[in-house]
Write a protein that binds this ligand. Structure first.
Ligand code: PMP
Length: 381
C-alpha cells in the first residue's frame, strides 16, 4: 500500500515500554508518572459522571473550564485570552498540535522544526502536505542556533515550532530567545506554535517564557498545554490550545471534524482545581526535588548527567561505559541491567546520535532509587 507516512513506524516509546514489560525492567522510558493524580480530581470527575454529565461537551470545551483557564493564563502570563473565542479544550496536546498544523499549514508550506523534538511534529506537518525544515540543536546545552533558523526562513515558511521546557533535553528558552523569535516573526509574518506542556515543570529559579507573555506575538502565536502533565493524568489525554480569535476560528474548523469535543466528565472535574494556585506553584518544587534526588543517586555512577532546567526528563551520556550506538545501548541496558530508557537519536529525523539516553524522573522515589541502584552497577556494556 502507498503509505502517507512511509517513514513512520512503531514509536520508540511503545517499543521500549514493551521491551521493559517483556523483561520486567524498571520503566524510565515513556514520559508518565507512576504516582497518583490529585484525589479531588478523581472524585470531582466521578461525581460529574454519577450526576449524569456524560453527554457531549460543547465543541470548544466546557465554558466554565475555559473561563477558569482564561483566569489562570492571565495570572501566570498577564494576557487575557477570551474563553469564548480564544481557548479550545482538546484531546491532549498531541491533538492540539495536529489540529493547529492541519488548520494553518497548506500543501507545500514549510515549517521549521528544531530537533531533537517530540515525535508528533513532523508526521503532523507531513499529513497536512507541508514540508518540515529541520534545524539541529546539539548536546550538552541544546541552544537554538538562531542564525541557522534565520537562514532557513524563506517565502514558503509558514510556521516555526518551539518547545519549552523541552522534551527530551530539559532545556528552557530564555527571554533572549524570545527576543530573537519576536524579531523573526515580525519580519517574516510566520506563525509560532509553542508547545508548553511542561510549563509548570521549571527549575533553578528560571521563569517559564510562555509566548503568551509576549504581546507583540499575539497575532501569530498558538500555545498548547496538557492537563495530563500538570495533573499527573497523562492517560486522560486532555489538553488545550490558545490563540487569537482569528487563528482559533480556523483551528476550531478542524477540531470540530476531528473530535468535535473532548471527554466531558473530566472537564467538570478540572474546573475547581484550576483555582488552586498553590498546586501549580508546588509542581516545580516537587519535580525539581525529584531531579535532584535522581542526580544525587547517580553521583557515583559512570554516567554523565547533562544540564536539565525543566520538563521531567534527565539526559545521561555514557562515554565511560560503552561505545554502542544509543539505540543498541538502551536495548542492552534494558536486557542486561533491567532499566528501560529512550535513545535521544530517536528524536532526530536523521537519527543523529551523540550517545545520550533520556530518563523520565516523574517517578516515585522508590522507583528512582531502585533504578539508580541498577544504573550504578553499569561498568561496561
Ligand atoms: N508535547 C510534548 C513536548 C510532550 O512531551 C508530550 C507528551 N509526551 C506532548 C506534547 C503530548 O501531550 P498529551 O499527552 O497531552 O497529548
Amino acid at each position: 500500500m502507498k503509505s502517507k507516512l512511509p517513514n513512520s513506524g512503531t514509536t520508540i516509546f511503545s517499543t521500549m515500554s514493551a521491551l521493559a514489560q517483556q523483561h520486567g525492567a524498571i520503566n524510565l522510558s515513556q514520559g508518565f508518572p507512576d504516582f497518583d493524580m490529585p484525589a479531588s480530581l478523581v472524585s470531582g470527575t466521578s461525581a460529574a459522571m454519577a450526576s449524569g454529565k456524560n453527554q457531549y461537551a460543547p465543541m470548544p470545551g466546557l465554558l466554565s473550564l475555559r473561563a477558569a483557564l482564561a483566569e489562570k493564563l492571565e495570572q501566570s502570563y498577564h494576557h487575557y485570552y477570551d474563553p469564548e473565542t480564544e481557548i479550545t479544550i482538546t484531546s491532549g496536546a498531541t491533538q492540539a498540535i495536529y489540529t493547529t498544523i492541519a488548520a494553518l499549514v497548506h500543501a507545500g508550506d514549510e515549517v521549521i522544526v528544531l530537533e531533537p523534538c517530540y515525535d508528533s511534529y513532523i508526521p503532523s506537518i507531513q499529513m497536512a502536505g507541508g514540508i518540515a525544515i529541520t534545524v539541529r540543536m546539539e548536546a550538552p546545552e541544546y541552544p537554538i542556533p538562531w542564525d541557522e533558523v534565520q537562514s532557513k526562513i524563506g517565502s514558503r515558511t509558514r510556521m516555526i515550532i518551539v518547545n519549552s521546557p523541552h522534551n527530551p533535553t530539559g532545556s528552557v528558552l530564555r527571554d533572549s530567545d524570545l527576543a530573537i523569535l519576536s524579531e523573526l516573526v515580525s519580519k517574516h509574518g510566520i506563525f509560532i506554535l509553542s508547545d508548553e506542556v511542561y510549563e509548570h515543570l521549571i527549575f533553578d529559579k528560571r521563569q517559564h517564557e510562555s509566548i503568551c507573555r509576549y504581546k507583540q506575538l499575539y497575532n501569530n502565536a498558538i500555545a498548547v498545554f496538557s492537563f495530563g502533565k500538570t495533573f499527573h493524568c497523562t492517560g486522560w489525554k486532555l489538553g488545550y490550545v490558545v490563540a487569537a480569535a482569528a487563528i482559533m476560528k480556523e483551528i476550531r474548523k478542524v477540531h470540530q471534524f476531528m473530535v468535535f469535543s473532548s471527554f466531558a466528565p473530566a472537564q467538570y472535574g478540572l474546573v475547581d482545581l484550576l483555582a488552586d494556585e498553590k498546586y501549580f506553584q508546588g509542581l516545580a518544587n516537587f519535580f525539581e526535588a525529584k531531579r535532584n534526588y535522581f542526580l544525587r543517586l547517580m553521583e557515583s555512577s559512570n554516567f554523565i548527567p547533562l544540564p536539565c532546567h525543566g520538563s521531567y526528563f534527565q539526559l545521561l551520556s555514557y562515554p565511560r561505559v560503552s561505545n554502542l550506538r544509543d539505540r543498541e545501548f538502551c536495548e542492552a541496558l534494558t536486557l542486561q541491567y533491567g532499566v528501560a530508557t529512550i535513545p535521544v537519536s530517536a528524536f532526530y529525523s536523521d537519527g543523529f546520535d551523540q550517545r545520550i539516553i533520556r530518563v523520565c524522573f516523574a517517578k516515585q522515589d522508590a522507583t528512582l532509587a531502585a533504578a539508580a541502584t541498577k544504573l550504578r552497577a553499569v561498568v561496561k556494556i
